[in-house]
Design a protein around this ligand. Structure first.
Ligand SMILES: [Zn+2]
Length: 281
């Protein structure tokens, strides 16, 4: 599943590929992904407009035109490709935007490929996209908020939930997926089952640093945790290219103390941790 680093990498690739291009046509090969796609609305208000900005919010990709914002979510297996040809080259291609650069006259095509179809495509008015239900309750961006530690501590005071669920809750902070939560908790020495409100401000500030560190590292490596992640040319990038300390290492020795790594299911997600290095408080 694409996590924040993969989506960020995709957004960076898209910016260098598609900024300044005008959407000259949109072809849909089905009506729905996870939800129906607003095909008529896109034909009427999306086609003919120019892509002026591309950004990420949580795991959503926003492609802005002057008046509207395309919202794309990659779901479990979504993938965006930049191709010269508008003809789908891959199985499970669900829509293709034909793009033209008004200055250079160069054309290219944005292909959306998604085998499991948990992705999403929507079109919102640009002026108030943040208020849409996709975004309204989202917490801050972990790499943009400067005082993440203070934010986490303040948000935790009444939370009896486990720290693992707390940091993975999109209302607390966005984009801390399972892998990154496991790794950041290990680096900070916090047991994943510790209560969120049992952790002090100093430890939260260390946890915040480690969350930023693991996410940045993954982004540097071009997004790593998505088995099906492909770069915009469609080449597969490495899976688990970052060095993982605990994730997916059940029974293997801890890299700090040699204790076998344990795995416990917390809120339905596999949680890997070192029972010696990570204490419950
Ligand atoms: Zn250990």
């Amino acid at each position: 599943m694409p996590e924040l680093p993969e989506v960020e990498t995709t957004v960076r690739c898209m910016r260098s590929e598609f900024l300044g291009y005008k959407i000259s046509s949109a072809k849909f090969y089905r009506k729905n992904l996870r939800d129906p796609m607003p095909v008529k609305q896109i034909q009427a208000h999306g086609v003919g407009s120019t892509i002026v900005d591309i950004e990420r919010r949580g795991k959503y990709i926003l492609m802005h035109t002057a008046k509207n914002s395309f919202v794309i979510h990659l779901g479990m297996t979504g993938n965006i490709l930049s191709r010269g040809d508008k003809k789908p080259a891959q199985k499970h291609t669900h829509f293709v935007f034909e793009l033209k650069n008004p200055k250079t006259k160069k054309t290219k095509c944005l292909h959306y490929v998604d085998a499991r179809r948990f992705g999403r495509l929507d079109l919102l008015p640009r002026e108030n996209w943040q208020e849409h239900r996709y975004f309204a309750s989202m917490g801050p961006e972990p790499l943009e908020i400067r005082s993440l530690g203070k934010h986490l501590y303040a948000a935790s005071t009444s939370k009896k939930t486990t720290i693992k669920s707390f940091v993975m809750d999109q209302r607390t902070v966005v984009g801390v997926g399972n892998i990154y939560a496991c790794e950041a908790l290990f680096l900070t020495g916090i047991h994943p089952l510790a209560a969120a409100n049992s952790i002090n401000a100093k430890t939260y500030s260390l946890l915040a640093k480690n969350i930023k560190k693991v996410l940045k590292k993954a982004i540097e490596q071009g997004g790593t945790s998505f088995r099906d992640f492909k770069n915009l040319e469609g080449k597969a990038s490495g899976y688990f290219a970052i060095k993982l300390n605990v994730y997916n290492r059940k029974d293997e020795p801890c890299k700090k103390c040699d204790t076998p790594i344990e795995n416990e299911t917390i809120a339905g997600r596999s949680s890997f941790y070192c029972p010696s290095c990570q204490v419950k408080n």
